[in-house]
Design a protein around this ligand. Structure first.
Ligand code: SF4
Length: 507
């Protein structure tokens, strides 16, 4: 019996959720130095960097979306995989109880959240047998925003702005560029991608995700794929998507490509997009006790330098920030313009997919006139009769596009806040009713949790913790106006400008 196995798994899950691996930290630190100071992109990178440090220091989730736990495990012959699977499931439930993971497992038919991250298909655990006398366990936590930015292409295909992608590595190159451009800021760029050339539709996606277990600084053993990876990295950052899709210098921090044989009739290119919150770690275990022999991807004896030096921590005010006190009035909101940074104080309400669907059929549980509706599914810990926020960054707003305009008009919402921007219908509603879209920095869940001073209440908790409407009191909560009440949208502009740059990479 491996007496230490459960504890080793709990350590692995906790560390993966709260501390980025050194290779990811290194490229993020480089990216931090590349953005032009004073721009929205630089501000986003600073908040991200601060968030990475805060998560590691407090052992709190880096991002509130702790993703789909995916384990890749190699065991010697004779290991009891059934028992190991059950121990991992219990460790996942315990990590959820401790607030290291958000309850993320939802019944696809009823919409009910299981509350402990367990259910059919969750967590994902893949076992492989190998010839070594130790157990290798690797874990990746990949969230919904970046998962929704995955893409799969069946070649040959005509791609917008890039023309025909044929059945060769040149066609693969075009698909990769298209996937990064298409993701814009919705997957919390800068991102990293795993790619599979070939396979069938299912094995292609699985193999693409497996590429994300490679370190960002490794070299592909296949020289043809190594060359393609280098080619992508040398050109992709000219696209100008930038952090959060704000139009800065760094859109991608890594590209890892694998290949599988395919059927003669099929040629798939599968792209697994991961966000900057690229949570991936592993452990090698003693096969008798299940204790940790060594960590993978990190050396616990090496001191981790903070992303931001001690003297430079905290949100860097320029003096140009606009102070907003919620609830908001129409004149104040109409005075805001794209590019302005706001600092919010007052009450805001969270609402994502279930709340939006609910509001289309029912009156709101609170008066939303003048309100800020925050697209966020936080991690909450119950304490006595109340709750404590453990992580509370924004979720991808575009999912609410079918509802948002109606909800703004019907209930008098003055600001919608999330990440990645929204579409033309919402933009028109902002203009018509006098409202704005505020972009918070995706994944900065620790940073924003510290701006929430009180959980004043909760409505619609029957939809589960991430989907409930939380009543949050905030102080100096920073966000950037990216869609205003005058028909301007930074997201539309960056998409158009980056499309022009994409065309330059056609050949
Ligand atoms: S950083 Fe963004 S894309 Fe990544 S898990 Fe968090 S919210 Fe999702």
């Amino acid at each position: 019996m491996m007496t230490a196995f459960f504890d080793s798994m709990l350590q692995l899950i906790t560390r993966t959720s709260t501390d980025l691996p050194p290779d990811v930290r290194a490229v993020m630190k480089d990216a931090l130095g590349v953005e032009v100071p004073g721009t929205s992109s630089a501000q986003a990178m600073n908040i991200i960097a601060e968030n990475i440090d805060q998560a590691a220091d407090a052992e709190g989730p880096i991002c509130q979306d702790t993703g789909m736990p995916t384990f890749e495990i190699k065991t010697p012959a004779g290991t009891n995989q059934i028992w190991m699977r059950e121990q991992i499931r219990q460790a996942i439930a315990e990590a959820t109880r401790r607030g290291k993971l958000r309850p993320n497992s939802v019944d696809s038919i009823t919409g009910k959240n299981s509350g402990d991250n367990l259910g059919p298909g969750t967590p994902i655990i893949h076992f492989h047998q190998w010839d070594h006398d130790e157990i290798d366990v690797r874990l990746i936590l990949k969230g919904g925003g970046c998962e929704n930015s995955n893409a799969q292409y069946a070649l040959p295909v005509e791609l917008p702005h890039l023309g025909r992608a044929g059945r060769d590595l040149e066609g693969v190159r075009k698909c990769i560029l298209h996937a990064v451009w298409q993701a814009q800021g919705k997957g919390c760029s800068p991102g990293a991608i795993g790619v599979c050339v070939g396979g069938d539709r299912t094995s292609g996606y699985a193999h693409a995700k497996e590429q994300l277990f490679r370190t960002l600084d490794d070299t592909n053993p296949d020289p043809r794929l190594a060359e393609l990876e280098a080619q992508i990295m040398a050109t992709v950052n000219t696209l100008g998507v930038g952090p959060m899709g704000f139009g800065g210098a760094v859109s991608l921090i890594g590209c890892k490509i694998g290949a599988l044989n395919r059927l003669p009739a099929s040629f798939f290119v599968s792209v697994a997009y991961d966000c900057w919150a690229f949570r991936r770690l592993g452990v090698v275990l003693d096969p008798v006790h299940g204790s940790i022999r060594r960590w993978l991807y990190r050396d616990p004896d090496v001191h981790q330098e903070p992303m931001i030096p001690a003297g430079a921590k905290g949100f860097r005010k320029t003096g140009r920030e606009k102070v907003l006190t919620a609830p908001l009035d129409e004149a104040t909101v109409r005075s805001l313009a794209v590019g302005e940074v706001v600092l919010i104080t007052g009450r805001m309400y969270t609402g994502r997919d279930a709340v939006h669907a609910h509001l289309m059929k029912h009156d709101p549980p609170v008066d939303l006139r003048g309100s800020i509706l925050y697209h966020c599914g936080p991690v909450m810990l119950k304490e006595g009769d109340g709750y404590r926020v453990k992580a509370a960054g924004p979720t991808t707003s575009i999912r609410e596009e079918p509802y948002q305009a109606d909800i703004i008009g019907r209930y008098g919402v003055r600001a919608v806040m999330g990440k990645g921007g929204m579409g033309a219908k919402t933009l028109a509603a902002l203009e018509e009713h006098g409202a704005v879209y505020l972009n918070a920095i995706g994944g900065a869940a620790q940073f924003y949790a510290r701006a929430i001073t009180n959980v004043a209440g909760v409505s619609l908790l029957e939809y589960g913790v991430p989907e409930a409407m939380w009543h949050l009191d905030v102080v100096d909560f920073p966000a950037i106006v990216t869609m205003d009440a005058h028909g301007n949208s930074l997201h539309r502009d960056v998409e158009q400008q980056s499309a022009e740059k994409l065309e330059l990479l056609k050949a």
